[in-house]
Each structure stands twice: as structure tokens, then as C-alpha cells.
Design a protein around this ligand. Structure first.
Ligand code: CO8
Length: 261
């Protein structure tokens, strides 16, 4: 497995854990880290033994405290636009990886950190997590997709309050508004999030892949087209041995043995 300067990447079973590892800067995303995330997720997509990914931050304090402000302040208008596009494309790549990616938010999750987490399939948080988009406090706006994904996740009213005030919210409030799915004790964050991912990985692999694909593609489609895409994939799944196995296992009252075919 590749080694990185600012990431720890470990595979256990079918799950890859990607840990942003710049603890001295609260795991802030500099250009190097963006490049390493691109490499790690490109490898994860290509590797059939990786069926799901957990993303978290190193140390007890932060998931990711944002883009690296020391680098950001050096930008010209053109370089800022370029790096915003690089980050946006990376996060869109993670969003459409074709495999579930869960963000386990273990502390500060600010700016680019919340934008990374928002591009994940869904999010869990430790009780001490703090989530926000504080860019307006720096005189800028979110630039890695925050203005687009947060309204889609929590609604335009809640998103604009978070974006325009720049004030963060705690884990319980993030849970209340649907930004994170579960809140766990810090020590339980990774094992309990892993258990959710393991449950997904027990299901029919092709069905999981198609469900993920059509949920996201449908977000960009009129309802009728989304429903049509859903029925097409449903039909296609009826050609798989996984479908025959899943239904036979139910009727025979035994666990299904899916092959991903
Ligand atoms: N960038 C660089 N360094 C950081 C960052 C960051 N985002 N966050 C923290 N650090 C560094 C601090 O500078 C400090 O370093 P040092 O010890 O060398 O002084 C170290 O991490 C520890 O931080 P603090 O001492 O500040 O720790 P505290 O516990 O007192 O405070 C906070 C923690 C509240 C998280 C505080 O560090 C903070 O407010 N950080 C900045 C949060 C922020 O504003 N994030 C948004 C950044 S902008 C962004 O994400 C835009 C994304 C889109 C970019 C588009 C490209 C053009």
C-alpha cells in the first residue's frame, strides 16, 4: 500500500480507513494533502478488495479544521479559482466513488473539512465534534462545494444561517438537522461507524452499488427520469446471481452468501 506524508491509509477486510494526518495544523487541507487524497481515493476506486471507506482525522481534536489558511492567503484570483476547482473535483470524485464513504467526524470539522464530510455518503460524529463553514469570518466563501452541498443536505434556510454567520454547531445540533446520522462517544466513533459500514457490506454488493448510483444520479434529475433510472437498474439486478441468492436465502431462512455477480 502506498505511503503518504499527510495521510494514514489502512485496509482491514474490505474497509479502507483514510485518516488525514497533519495533527500540528489540526489536519488542515494543504495542496499536498488534496493531492494525496486524490491518489488514495483513485487507488480505492480501482481496488476491488476495497468495498467501503471510512474517512477521519488524526488525533483527538480535529477531523479537518479547513483548508490550510497559511496557503490560502497567498492566492491570486486565478490560483484561488484553480485550487477551488481542484478541491471541488476531488470531493465530487469522492462523492461518486461508487463505494460507500463514511466520514467519522472526531472534532473540529470546519470549512474544507465540512465540505469533505459533506461529499461523503453520510456522516457520523463524536460528541465533541464542532461543524461549521466559517469562511465569511476570513472574508471569503466556501470554495470546495459547501454552498452547493450543504443546502442539499440540510435545506437552504439552515445552510444559509451556517454559511452567513460562520458559527459552528455541535454534534447534537448537527444530528438534529440531519447533517450527521449518529453521535457517538469519542472512543466509540470508529468502531460504531465501522459496524454500520460492515452492515452495508453484508448486503448484495451490486445492489448496494446501484442503489448508491441511482440515489446520487436521481438528485440531478427530474423525478420521472429518476424513477425511470431506478426501474432500469431494478430490472438489471434481476439478471444477477446475487438477486437469486438473496431471495432464495430469505425463503430458506438462512443468511445470503452474495458473490457480487
Ligand atoms: N489552516 C492552517 N492552520 C490551521 C488551521 C487551518 N485551517 N486550523 C488550525 N490551524 C493551526 C493553527 O494555526 C495552529 O498552529 P500553530 O500551533 O502553528 O499556531 C494549530 O493548528 C492549532 O490551532 P489553534 O491553536 O488555533 O487551536 P485552538 O484549539 O485554539 O482552535 C480552531 C481551534 C477553533 C479550530 C482554530 O484553529 C480555527 O479557528 N482554525 C481555523 C478554522 C477555519 O477558519 N477553517 C476554514 C478555513 S477556510 C476553508 O476551509 C476554505 C475552503 C475552500 C478553499 C477554496 C480554495 C481557494
Amino acid at each position: 500500500m502506498a505511503t503518504y506524508e499527510n495521510l494514514l491509509v489502512e485496509q482491514s477486510g474490505a474497509v479502507l480507513t483514510v485518516t488525514v494526518n497533519r495533527e500540528k495544523a489540526l489536519n488542515a487541507l494543504n495542496k499536498q494533502t488534496l493531492g494525496e487524497l486524490r491518489a488514495a481515493f483513485t487507488a480505492a476506486q480501482a481496488d476491488p478488495t476495497v468495498r467501503g471507506v471510512l474517512v477521519t482525522g488524526a488525533g483527538p481534536k480535529a477531523f479537518v479544521a479547513g483548508a490550510d489558511i497559511r496557503e490560502l492567503k497567498e492566492n491570486t484570483p486565478l490560483s484561488a479559482k484553480h485550487i477551488a476547482r481542484v478541491g471541488q473535483e476531488l470531493f465530487s470524485f469522492i462523492e461518486r466513488l461508487g463505494k460507500p464513504v463514511i466520514a467519522a467526524i472526531n472534532g473540529f470539522c470546519l470549512g474544507g473539512g465540512l465540505e469533505l464530510a459533506s461529499a461523503c455518503t453520510f456522516r457520523t460524529a463524536s460528541k465533541n465534534a464542532l461543524l461549521g463553514l466559517p469562511e465569511v469570518k476570513l472574508g471569503v466563501i466556501p470554495g470546495y462545494g459547501g454552498t452547493q452541498r450543504l443546502p442539499r443536505l440540510v435545506g437552504i434556510g439552515r445552510a444559509t444561517e451556517l454559511i452567513l454567520t460562520g458559527e459552528p454547531i455541535g454534534a447534537d445540533e448537527a444530528h438534529r438537522i440531519g447533517l450527521v446520522n449518529h453521535v457517538f462517544e469519542p472512543a466509540e466513533l470508529l468502531p460504531k461507524t465501522r459496524a454500520i459500514l460492515d452492515k452495508i457490506l453484508e448486503r448484495g454488493p451490486v445492489a448496494v452499488r446501484f442503489a448508491l448510483e441511482v440515489c446520487y444520479r436521481g438528485m440531478d434529475m427530474p423525478l420521472d427520469e429518476g424513477l425511470n433510472a431506478e426501474s432500469n437498474l431494478f430490472g438489471l439486478l434481476c439478471t444477477t446471481s446475487d438477486m437469486r441468492e438473496g431471495m432464495a436465502a430469505f425463503l430458506e431462512k438462512r443468511p445470503a452468501q452474495f458473490k457480487g455477480e
